[in-house]
Design a protein around this ligand. Structure first.
Ligand code: HEM
Length: 239
């Protein structure tokens, strides 16, 4: 085969390196391993992009550029939707083929995904920036929810944060459905009962106060005992 010059497109996209990152046909343990590897690689790329956007969204909130922050949050939402949607592809894999791939994986687990772990950690800064913004605007969440028109721009931004939070939860829920379909709900793994662990994760939220305020608002209409005020803690949360 004669060496040919690489095109501008190939140079820019770095197709040679990119397409060299998958096992060759000889190396694959079974046909479906290609889909398994490619989907994981693509997911890592989306998670990388999402982190990149997350940093910008945070900076824009800090700079009071709310309309632009919303655009960035919308992009993050779309990325999470894609991440969830493409899991469907791996449901075309038979459980038998998965177990063949699984044995080639060794002790590797999705829990070690660097993109996922970074995405769990980074929204804390976004959350802090949003809290500071509420302070600058001198408005309490509950009051804004009682009357969204009082600061429509701020309200829209908060809803964009909820969109992102919800889409990330949907990715985790979608993944749990995939796991149940491929390995079953009660199959033990190296690290205990995976479905239980994953189910616990699907209840985590990045911005618990934005979910809690719904319950608080509801109390305006249906009185009950006072609610826990989750505004002063951090880290991924459960609801
Ligand atoms: C055939 C497809 C898949 C199966 C059967 C599967 C199975 C599992 C299982 C059993 C766990 C629990 C931890 C463990 O036992 O290792 C897990 C965790 C995880 N997987 Fe997958 N997975 C699949 C595809 C994917 C894909 C495509 C991604 C994309 C990034 C992914 C990301 C993750 C993440 C991030 C975790 C940790 C989640 C958490 O701690 O909440 N998995 N997976």
């Amino acid at each position: 085969m004669s060496a040919r010059e690489i095109t501008e497109y190939e140079k820019y996209i770095r197709t040679e390196e990119l397409l060299g990152l998958q096992k060759t046909d000889d190396e694959l343990v079974c046909h479906d391993e290609m889909a398994f590897q490619v989907v994981h690689q693509v997911e890592e790329l989306w998670m990388k992009l999402c982190q990149h956007e997350l940093a910008l969204a945070t900076a824009r909130i800090e700079a009071d550029r709310l309309a632009e922050a919303r655009n960035t949050l919308h992009r993050m939402y779309l990325i999470c939707r894609l991440m969830a949607g493409q899991l469907r592809l791996l449901e075309t894999m038979s459980p038998r083929a998965y177990f063949t791939v699984r044995s080639a994986l060794g002790r590797g687990s999705g829990q070690e995904s660097p993109g996922f772990n970074a995405l769990l950690a980074k929204p804390a800064k976004l959350r802090a920036a949003t809290k500071a913004l509420l302070g600058r605007r001198g408005v309490k969440l509950i009051d804004l929810h009682r009357e969204p028109a009082r600061d429509a721009e701020l309200f829209a931004l908060l809803e964009a944060l909820v969109d992102f939070d919800e889409a990330f939860q949907q990715f985790r829920q979608r993944h749990l459905v995939l796991v149940r379909r491929i390995i079953g709900g009660r199959t033990p793994s190296l690290k205990g009962a995976p479905a239980d662990l994953l189910e616990h994760g699907t209840r985590q939220t990045f911005f618990p106060e934005l979910w809690l305020v719904r319950e608080q608002l509801f109390r305006d209409f249906v009185p009950g005992p006072p609610l826990f005020d989750g505004e002063d803690d951090d880290g991924p949360h459960h609801h």
